[in-house]
Write a protein that binds this ligand. Structure first.
Ligand code: MG
Length: 381
């Protein structure tokens, strides 16, 4: 239980919070194994909740979280209810503010949508801290490396196109290729993987993402067949909440098991990590509630000696992966590029930590045009 002693104020305080709901259209609909099984429709757009926080000393921070398919308007609605509680707060007190916002919506739980609404604000506060220090966020946290290995994920395409896409991605500077399963029958995907390994050579890092498609017996059978491909990891072979199943698989296979992208709290990740259910943890900062909870998950993962490969949103995650003590990867996803004025540089198989302060991103005119709703809270309002 926290001590009920007020912290000494820094002198600065939050006097402005602006929230925006933005719908990013995708030029090519995205889908994975969850589409042919009928679980999900292909994805045509992603909803973003942007939070911009300002202080009386003139400091600014920008954060965002997101929802795929459904949930964007609900994130925005929840954030609107809790954001007024930020006014007057010392922007430095990220942990205490996270708890205050969580308690404000405690009856909705400490994960899921409530945590993701807080995430955009929490990320904005960390961006503010780093911008004010004149440092990239990675440097504020403490970097272990200035570049991070990155891979790109390939979706359903016919075989010749897959090889072509992979070769173009590698030529553009990306350092690994992740194949997503496309159908319930794994034989066609195994053939795609075999051809990809043959054409790209043994030196190219390859991953396979099953997107929770298999049951336990299938995962064990497939896992044994996959050992010969020397994958960097096998991702989400089982239902995201099947911790015991993932742990048994991680114990049985040499191929590292990666999972965790669907989890939405520190508690869920702690359970996964304690159970030995993953060799590569995949927390997603916007999904787990922001940078404050992400750092707690990273500390637990480091203690167990695990690798880190955060899911999606490389604009945020490259900073967090750079500040992780052990092996780390980021997913090179260019979907978010139109939302920002800046571009992430990729070279020699790695993304470069930008030298700009904070996250190093500003909202683009396109993102402003795609805004469907916004609201601003100020101290005087
Ligand atoms: Mg995945």
């Amino acid at each position: 239980m926290p001590e009920a002693v007020p912290a000494a104020p820094s002198g600065d305080r939050i006097d402005r919070v602006r929230l925006s709901l933005v719908f990013l259209p995708l030029s090519v609909a995205a889908s994975d194994a969850k589409a042919p099984t009928g679980r999900q429709q292909p994805l045509n757009e992603v909803a973003f909740l942007f939070a911009e926080v300002g202080t009386i000393d003139g400091h600014r921070g920008l954060g965002f979280s997101y929802a795929k398919r459904a949930g964007g308007p609900a994130l925005y609605a929840h954030a609107k209810e809790i954001a007024p509680q930020l006014l007057g707060e010392d922007p430095n007190d990220t942990g205490r503010i996270w708890e205050k916002l969580a308690w404000a919506g405690a009856s909705t739980g400490r994960g899921g949508l409530a945590a993701q609404a807080i995430a955009s604000i929490d990320i904005a506060l960390w961006d503010l801290k780093a911008r004010r220090a004149g440092l990239p966020l990675a440097k504020l946290l403490g970097t272990y490396r200035d570049t991070i290995r990155c891979y790109t994920g390939l979706s359903a395409s016919p075989l010749p196109e897959i090889v072509d896409h992979a070769q173009r991605a590698l030529a553009s500077g990306v350092g690994g290729i992740k194949l997503r399963l496309t159908q319930p029958d794994p034989s066609a995907d195994l053939e795609r993987l075999r051809v990809l390994r043959e054409r790209l050579g043994d030196g190219v890092p390859l991953m396979l993402d099953a997107n929770q498609l298999w049951d336990r017996p299938t995962a064990h059978r497939m896992g044994r067949v996959l050992e010969r491909f020397n994958l960097v990891w096998l991702e989400e072979p089982l239902d995201a909440n099947d911790t015991a199943g993932h742990a048994a698989l991680a114990g049985a296979l040499d191929t590292p098991i990666a999972t965790g992208e669907m989890l939405t709290s520190v508690a869920e990740h702690a359970h996964l990590i304690d159970a030995g259910a993953s060799d590569v943890v995949q927390p997603d900062a916007p999904r787990v509630g922001g940078i404050t909870p992400f750092l707690r998950i990273a500390a637990l993962a480091d203690h167990k000696g695990l690798s880190l490969a955060p899911n999606f949103a490389m604009e945020i995650h490259l900073h967090l992966a750079a500040a992780y003590p052990r092996a780390s990867w980021v997913e090179h996803v260019d979907w978010l590029e139109p939302l920002f004025n800046e571009r992430i540089e990729v070279r020699g198989g790695r993304v470069l930590v930008p030298d700009r302060p904070g996250l190093g991103i500003t909202v683009s005119p396109k993102a402003i045009a795609w805004t469907t709703d916004h609201i601003e809270f100020t101290e005087t309002a």
